[in-house]
Design a binder for this molecule. Structure first.
Ligand code: BGC
Length: 859
């Protein structure tokens, strides 16, 4: 809240005539009398009423063309200002876990500044795993401050789409699978961002749950599923978080693009929830001027046209107003929302906060956030925390041991000053006393595509790293048939495909200088050119991996071009320098000699990334085989998964020690090492279920994953609700996570009979730390409607509290349930309905590990 409006008015007067400082850019210029007349009389607005007054004053001064100019982009990430009125150009930026590097004004190419570094925070999956609103506040604080420091007005996050499909490429950006958890965490995140004079932009509204045909897939959930599962986090963002902007989704909803869905936008968002901010499009959506304008869209961004006047909300919109098809009042309403947002974030306030960036405090916050998200899945032999003094030889392996992640993933990529990998974190913490051997398992027949981290070619609409793929009629390559983009240098065709003549092109930028062993596996003929020169020609039936060593320099851009003629499958991969690649015999021998084997596996942003879904839930490459071989050689094998979405872990029952670390931001390695060595007692809990196999998950089992329509056949049974209802055993349940200490829960107190309309229902338990270390437990309250007129999940999360206790200490943990917590969306009345009867109350430490149970009767 700003409290200096009167002082400011005085200063403006003085500034204009005497030059007192501080001054804004606008005010430092001489102003004509007519300009002065329309300048904001008081640029700092302290109350909503004052903001509304200013909005109306500015609106009245705008011409129709000026109004329209405020409703669409005038560059990749800006919206025009109106200089004569003191309305400045508005700056938007990705993204949800750090301010993205600066993009060129009119193309996706990085602007190549050396002043656009930002703190790379752990993505929101890690915040969800903390189950701690205070962590969301910390995350939002850093993001808000840094966005301001980069002179941004809107930061494009947080994202709250739910992890319905484990292979969805963007799960890592969001808060997990549970609508309640996401809703509870998005609110503090937004409040913290907006506290710093920058607008949050909650996205992608709505039903963006797959990347497969993300521009075209038509989401068709029933109304109850929409309201109960896919909207609550958006609803909380609007009603409780007071979010200033919302981004629409790429997908369709019942046949029309989400941005112009009358039901979603004017109906639910604006009318039902009373949203008074800006609905902006995602970058390049499939809309039309009239539907979008009439159904509530306010601002169009990212459309792929040459001229900004060709945006749907530019010249075509002006024409429709002039022709009388769209009333000017509709335009005014949109302009009001844009001006309101601008005033709310202080765009016209010379004393607006300036923000801070890359401070030590922010980097420390990144570490804390990573630490709080780590989930200890299994510690059967109490191998963790590591006893430093008994460790002499540690073998470190796995594709994530020394891999940075910040610059991958698509639009959420962050350019940070540094990123500590797990190996570096361990080296720092274990010091010279421990001999750390780091090896990389040869990839054998399961060659991996070249990781996204090396690809600087971008997809036009999303900024995602891609290969440009040109197909030809024949090997001569005279006439291109088609041009597409692939996220990976790999392809497998169904049987009986005619020979394909393809050319794959991308610009690759090595991370470390030295020998890059470029590898090809597949059948057919392949010719590789680098910077126009032929460097390898492979003809193969797929028996062997073929390779060619190239000496490449870090930071230099190389054009790779692979001409492939074949029809079964191929992969172009490479072993980049910095890691030693050895055979199974060598690494299992090393494992036998080690006191401890630490395997950092999981996914990378070649897998968890915008624009594509994974093909399966299996770990990429030969990770399953290597983990199994390592465990056979050494029972201390500890697996540390870094990933943003669920993976199959067929070896999970065999190994004793398993940790899940998410992508951990720039301080990841330090955070992981501190958790492994016990400086941090883990308290994270899974915000997603880890199923045993992909085939068990609802979209796959119900055959509801394709590039055409998403019917949401499982209805409200998302995530654990599905597995419970179907009695499908999972690998690790939602909410699971261990600590280095133990906790007891008892004394559950549940009122026996409650009025169905009671404003609050108080439930309490006692939590006690019965172990030997201080630690935190997340007490989780699930609720089940025992007998309902509609099918309801056995359990649904409706409360959680994270409590830190010293050994022997106990505390009463209270939950206050509201009527809505008991309700379901009733399609008869189009409203929330709480039915009478019994509700089961479950209090525990995961959706399966219930420690206390009671029954409450609604009358
Ligand atoms: C993504 C958005 C992102 C936007 C701008 C889109 O492709 O879906 O999440 O904010 O690009 O980069």
């Amino acid at each position: 809240m700003k409290t200096f409006s009167f002082l400011l008015v005085g200063c403006i007067v003085l500034t204009t005539f005497t030059g007192c400082s501080p001054i804004s850019m606008t005010l430092s210029k001489p102003l004509s009398t007519s300009q002065l007349a329309v300048m904001p009389s008081s640029v700092s607005k302290t109350t909503p009423a004052a903001i509304e007054q200013e909005v109306e004053r500015l609106l009245a001064a705008l011409t129709l063309s000026e109004k329209i100019s405020l409703l669409h982009a005038n560059s990749k990430f800006t919206v025009a200002g109106v200089e004569r009125l003191g309305i400045e150009e508005m700056h938007l930026s990705d993204g949800p876990h750090g301010v993205r590097h600066e993009i060129s004004r009119h193309s996706w190419a990085p602007a190549d500044w050396d002043t656009d570094y930002a703190t790379y925070l752990p993505p929101l999956t890690a915040i969800a795993a903390s189950w701690d609103p205070a962590m969301a506040t910390l995350h939002g604080t850093v993001l808000g401050r840094e966005a301001r420091h980069r002179n941004k007005d809107i930061i494009l996050g947080p994202g709250v789409n739910l992890a319905r499909l484990p292979t969805y490429g963007r799960n890592f950006e969001y808060f997990g699978e549970d609508p309640f958890l996401a809703a509870q965490l998005v609110v503090p995140e937004i409040l913290a961002i907006q506290q710093h004079d920058v607008a949050a932009c909650v996205k992608h509204y709505a039903l963006n749950t797959q990347e497969l045909n993300r521009w075209g897939v038509d989401a068709q959930p029933d109304e109850r599923t929409l309201r109960e599962v896919y909207l609550p986090a958006f609803e909380a963002a609007v009603k409780e978080g007071g979010v200033y902007s919302v981004m629409g989704a790429y997908n369709k909803v019942y046949g029309t693009n989400a941005n112009q869905s009358a039901h979603l936008v004017n109906g639910i968002l604006k009318q039902d929830w009373g949203f008074d901010g800006v609905l902006l499009t995602d970058w390049h959506v499939d809309i039309n001027t009239v539907d979008a304008a009439m159904n509530g869209l306010d601002l169009e961004m990212g459309t792929l046209v040459e001229d900004y006047d060709d945006y749907y909300f530019a010249a075509p919109l002006l024409a429709k107003v002039q022709e009388g098809e769209i009333p000017e009042a509709i335009i005014d309403e949109k302009v009001r929302r844009i001006l309101r947002l601008q005033l709310r974030v202080g765009m016209m306030d010379p004393l607006r906060q300036e923000g801070l960036r890359n401070t030590e405090e922010h980097h420390r916050a990144a570490r804390t956030l990573a630490e709080q998200g780590i989930v200890l899945l299994k510690n059967d032999q109490q191998l963790l925390p590591l006893q430093k003094d008994t460790l002499k030889n540690v073998l470190v392996m796995g594709p994530n041991a020394n891999l940075p992640h910040g610059r991958g993933g698509g639009s959420s990529q962050v350019k940070s000053n540094y990123e500590i990998t797990p190996l570096q974190g361990l080296q720092t913490l274990l010091g010279d006393d421990v001999n750390i051997v780091y090896l990389r398992a040869g990839t054998g027949d399961t060659l991996q595509p070249i990781p996204a981290d090396y690809i600087s070619t971008r997809h036009g609409g999303s900024g995602t790293p891609v290969w440009r793929v040109i197909s030809f009629e024949d090997a001569e390559r005279q006439q291109p048939l088609n041009v597409t983009e692939w996220p990976q240098s790999s392809k497998r065709w169904a049987h009986n495909t005619d020979t394909q003549y393809l050319t794959l092109e991308a610009t690759l930028v090595p991370i470390e200088s030295g020998e890059h062993i470029v590898k090809f596996h597949g059948s057919g003929h392949a010719q590789l050119h680098v910077d126009g020169e032929s460097v390898a020609s492979w003809h193969t039936d797929g028996q062997k991996v073929l390779s060619q060593t190239l000496n490449l320099t870090a930071g230099q851009a190389y054009t790779f071009q692979l001409q492939y003629d074949g029809n079964t499958y191929f992969t172009l991969g490479w072993d980049a320098p910095g890691i030693q690649v050895v055979s199974e015999a060598v690494y299992t021998e090393a494992a036998k000699k080690a006191d401890l084997v630490l395997y950092f596996g999981g996914l990378s942003h070649s897998d968890d990334r915008e624009g594509h879904d994974r093909e399966s839930m299996r770990l990429p490459g030969n990770q399953d085989e290597v983990i199994t071989a390592l465990h056979r050689a050494n029972a201390t094998t500890t697996v540390f998964i870094i990933a943003g979405s669920a993976v199959e872990m067929p070896w999970a029952n065999d190994i004793s020690t398993l940790v899940w670390g998410w992508y951990g931001g720039m301080e990841a390695g330090h955070a992981y090492a501190r958790m492994l060595t016990g400086a941090v007692n883990p308290a994270g809990k899974m915000p997603i279920t880890l199923p045993k196999q992909y085939a068990d998950t609802a979209p796959i089992k119900l055959d509801d994953y394709n590039d055409n329509t998403a019917l949401y056949k499982e209805g409200v049974f998302i995530g654990y609700r599905w597995f419970e209802a179907q009695s499908i055993e999972v690998q690790f349940p939602f909410g699971h996570g261990l600590s280095y200490t133990q906790f007891d829960i008892d004394n559950l107190s549940v009122p026996k009979v409650v009025d169905a309309n009671a404003e609050k229902t108080v439930i309490s338990v006692t939590l006690k730390n019965t172990g030997k270390r201080t630690g935190a437990e997340v007490v989780q309250l699930y609720l089940g409607d025992a007998v309902a007129s509609v099918a309801r999940p056995i359990k649904e999360l409706k409360g959680f509290k994270k409590v830190t206790l010293a050994p022997g200490e106990s505390q009463t943990v209270m939950f206050e349930l509201k009527p809505r917590d008991f309700a379901f969306w009733d399609i008869q009345t189009n409203g929330w309905l709480v039915e009478q009867g019994n509700f089961n109350i479950y209090v525990g430490v995961s959706s399966e590990d219930i420690r206390a149970q009671g029954v409450l009767h609604h009358q």
